[in-house]
Write a protein that binds this ligand. Structure first.
Ligand SMILES: Nc1ncnc2c1ncn2[C@@H]1O[C@H](COP(=O)(O)OP(=O)(O)OP(=O)(O)O)[C@@H](O)[C@H]1O
Length: 121
């Protein structure tokens, strides 16, 4: 496999990864839905620029973590398609990373709403 291909080709590979994840991974689709809801929420409460920045950063981080988790799952399934406790551990760690970031995102959304309706911006 040729390495370091042209930028446009690498962007195509990345776009293909996004497309496959959206098609194959239910968790990724759920998180895309959460991102749409997050954007609607930020728009609805007329969030300030800094909160838009925080929100976009968090949403992008959750999506990126899910993609990395899916990458780990694919490699684990390739290396060992049968049950193995280390595969379980690797997959559970990946899922835990996404869970931690998702909890952080929800807590920050609650903080944002609390600030918006109790203190304004
Ligand atoms: N080969 C395996 N060996 C041991 N445990 C496994 C194996 N495959 C899956 N598991 C267990 O099942 C869980 C779900 O794995 P699966 O590959 O189905 O991920 P998923 O449902 O796509 O999860 P996610 O929502 O994180 O993408 C893992 O976290 C792990 O505990």
């Amino acid at each position: 496999m040729k390495k370091n291909s042209a930028l446009w080709r690498r962007a195509l590979f990345a776009g293909h990864g996004l497309w496959v994840a959206a098609r194959e991974e239910a968790s990724f689709r759920t998180e895309l839905l959460a991102v749409v809801m997050g954007v609607i929420l930020l728009y609805w409460i007329q969030a300030s620029l800094i909160w838009w920045g925080v929100g976009i950063l968090l949403m992008g981080t959750v999506l990126a973590a899910e993609l990395l988790n899916s990458a780990v799952e694919s490699i684990a399934d390739l290396v060992n398609p049968e049950y193995h406790p280390l595969v379980a551990r690797a997959k559970d760690y990946g899922a835990a990373a996404v869970l931690v970031l998702s909890i952080v995102a929800v807590l920050i959304a609650v903080l944002l709403l609390w600030r918006r309706f109790h203190m304004g911006f």
